[in-house]
Design a protein around this ligand. Structure first.
Ligand code: 5GP
Ligand code: ZN
Length: 113
């Protein structure tokens, strides 16, 4: 998707602080971190949101979670962390490319969720 911010980051057209990359997944630090560790994990293939996951692309979600486990270990989140994906307008999704927030490095509020 030529006008997608995260597709541009994946392509290296917009700079990012990379923390992980493999064949299908790219991960980078959030520009406006909400927690001491705040990493965004995205499939390299453009998928609009969790609502656009299908039989055909669902393996990319598994790839993202395999990456999340590795990143959490590398970031020292041994005491736990939270993974969040916002979906659509009511979910607060501002970038329409599926992404998983890894939030950690602090004891998170028991709310949400
Ligand atoms: P959403 O609100 O869609 O769930 O999450 C989008 C996230 O992308 C936000 O946490 C926001 O801070 C982050 N973000 C927006 N633009 C950029 C950018 O240009 N670079 C990086 N690294 N993060 C961004
Ligand atoms: Zn995209």
């Amino acid at each position: 998707m030529s006008d997608c911010l995260f597709c541009k980051i994946i392509a290296g057209e917009i700079p990012s602080t990379k923390v992980y990359e493999d064949e299908t997944v790219y991960a980078f630090r959030d520009i406006d971190p909400q927690t001491p560790v705040h990493v965004l994990v995205v499939p390299k293939t453009h998928i609009e949101s969790a609502s656009a996951v299908t039989e055909e692309n669902k393996n990319l979600v598994a790839d993202c979670f395999a990456a999340i486990a590795k990143i959490a270990k590398a970031e020292g989140l041994d005491n736990g962390y939270r993974v969040v994906t916002n979906v659509g307008e009511d979910g607060g999704q501002t970038v329409r490319h599926l992404h998983f927030h890894i939030l950690g490095g602090v004891k998170l509020s028991p709310k949400i969720v």
